[in-house]
Ligand binder design. Structure first.
Ligand code: ATP
Length: 366
């Protein structure tokens, strides 16, 4: 069977600014129709990677392919991709219709075709009646919808969106997240979306690439990234995580035996998510999500760890309880008000072996 040609492919991209490496040998393939999000903390290289795909940043090494064609040396306007920016970047003295039609004119489409596409875009973004206004007469949310329509109008292979919702207040942001996702689904376009907001990434995307120090730490579905993070960095960045230091004592095909402070824990071998299987004697990091922890009576199959309560935070419908173990591991669980366990200051947390993930340590930047 012939290989599927990805809509966007980055091959071994390296980009430095002076001595600092912004992109450190990144390769990724994004299939047609996929909503991929580049997620990571400020400065991890998300925007530089997006700008490299768009042609606004030239890589030191590597190639960018769009629909199988090498575009690495092409300027932005000759690449079949379009970018949407946080600050909209609409032309202030053009009407909405002229703004949306701009890319089509650049492609030398005939006037009736441009008019048809502009109408279709105004319908798509559910603003059919603002075509004759100038951008100054629109709200922030409306301007971002127009910027989206302008980017989609020339029918690019892919849309590259650099924190497009970053300037909007929370309510509007949530509304536009849903709308963007629905527009992506209905048009079937490939979207590459940049954000540092994990909730935004998790709720909108088919795939998420979690970045750190110019590298992609993990590329997977939001569900897999949450349930089976590959590194301690991904586990801590996406959702709340208890990270516990342990040593690997024994390993066979079905199980690993781990030493955790004064305890020995037997965990199924398929809970190792790292591609590099740890060896006997190695120090590893274990992750357990707070919602998988309880402080009730332990069942026979449970793993346990005890510590002293360090804080309780009331969050309305739930309470966060934090605990510090004798070796300094911080364990956190969530419970409902009224179910707060005995408060003599000591607590034993229980969870099932299947709730544990054995992670690799994320490499630090050179
Ligand atoms: P943010 O979420 O804050 O936008 P980011 O993950 O998008 O961050 P980039 O903007 O890609 O990160 O920056 C990656 C690194 O490259 C940072 O250390 C940044 O300071 C550096 N960098 C980016 N552009 C330039 C530039 N034009 N000149 C010098 N350094 C740059």
């Amino acid at each position: 069977m012939a290989d599927i040609v990805p809509a966007i492919e980055a091959r071994n991209i390296i980009k430095s600014f002076g001595a600092a490496r912004a992109i450190d040998n990144v390769s990724l393939r994004v299939n047609s129709g996929v909503f991929l999000t580049l997620l990571g903390p400020s400065g991890c290289g998300k925007s530089t990677l997006l700008r490299t795909i768009a042609g606004f940043s030239m890589p030191d090494c590597g190639q960018i392919l769009v629909a199988g064609t090498d575009v690495t040396r092409l300027p932005p306007h000759l690449r079949p991709v379009n970018m949407v920016f946080q600050d909209y970047a609409l032309f202030p003295h053009m009407t909405v219709r002229q703004n949306i039609g701009f890319g089509c004119e650049m492609k030398a489409m005939v006037k009736p075709e441009i008019a048809r596409r502009v109408d279709a875009m105004l319908e798509l973004i559910r603003l059919p009646n603002v075509g004759d206004r100038e951008p100054a007469a629109l709200s922030g949310g409306q301007r971002q919808r127009i910027a989206l329509a302008r980017a989609l109008a020339p029918d690019p292979v892919s849309l590259l969106l650099d924190e497009p919702l970053g300037a909007l207040d929370l309510k509007l942001r949530l509304e536009l997240q849903r709308e963007l996702r629905s527009i992506q689904r209905s048009t079937g376009k490939t979207f590459i979306f940049v954000t540092h907001d994990q909730d935004e990434a998790m709720s909108m995307s088919d795939l998420v690439a979690v970045m750190k120090d110019g590298r992609v730490e993990q590329l997977d579905t939001p569900q897999a990234i949450y349930a089976r993070p590959a590194t301690d960095f991904v586990a801590g960045f996406v959702g709340a995580a208890n990270l516990i230091t342990a040593r690997l004592l024994k390993r066979d095909k079905t199980h690993v035996l781990l030493e955790v402070e004064a305890n020995q824990w037997l965990v199924p071998a398929n809970r190792i998510t790292t591609s590099i299987t740890p060896e006997v004697g190695d120090e590893v990091t274990l992750m357990v999500r707070p919602e998988d922890v309880d402080a009730g009576k332990a069942r026979d199959c449970d793993l346990s760890i005890s510590g002293r309560v360090s804080h309780q935070t009331f969050l309305g419908g739930r309470i966060h309880i934090g605990c510090e173990t004798p070796a300094g591991n911080q364990i956190m669980m969530e419970t409902r008000p009224g179910q707060v366990p005995a408060a003599d200051g000591l607590l034993t947390f229980n969870f099932r072996p299947e709730a544990v993930v054995v992670l690799s340590r994320s490499k630090d930047a050179q």
